[in-house]
Design a protein around this ligand. Structure first.
Ligand SMILES: [Zn+2]
Length: 112
C-alpha cells in the first residue's frame, strides 16, 4: 500500500487520518524538472523511486487541485487532480533543525 513520500509524514491510504480528512494521494509528475523538485521537497535520506512514490494532499494548497466534476456527478469515488506543474508547499520537513519544530504550520494534525 503506498504511503506518502514526504519525510516525517506517515499518511497511507489506510490511515484513519487519510480517511477522515479525505486525503488523496498523488503520483510524481512526469515532467523531469517538476519531479526532481518533488523529490527534493521530500527530504528523504533514502532514495525514493518517483515511479511508484506518492505524496498526500496534506502538502498542497486547496487551490492546487482540480476537482474531477465528472466523477463527482456520477457519484464515483471522490477524486482530485493536481494542476500541472504544482509542487508541494505545505507541511514539509524543515531544511535542518530540531525535530520538535515539526509541528510548524500543521494546524490540522493534532486533532486525535
Ligand atoms: Zn504526506
Amino acid at each position: 500500500m503506498p504511503s506518502c513520500a514526504i519525510a516525517l509524514c506517515d499518511n497511507t491510504h489506510l490511515s484513519l487520518k487519510a480517511i477522515t480528512k479525505k486525503l488523496t494521494f498523488h503520483r510524481f509528475p512526469v515532467d523531469k524538472i517538476v519531479c526532481s523538485i518533488w523529490v527534493s521537497k521530500c527530504k528523504r535520506k533514502d532514495k525514493i523511486n518517483p515511479k511508484n512514490a506518492v505524496i498526500c494532499s496534506n502538502h498542497f494548497e486547496e487551490t492546487d487541485f482540480v476537482i474531477d466534476r465528472a466523477s463527482e456527478v456520477l457519484g464515483m469515488h471522490y477524486r482530485r487532480k493536481l494542476k500541472t506543474g504544482t509542487i508541494p508547499t505545505k507541511n514539509l520537513p524543515l531544511q535542518q533543525g530540531p525535530k520538535k519544530q515539526r509541528s510548524i504550520r500543521k494546524k490540522t494534525t493534532f486533532s486525535e
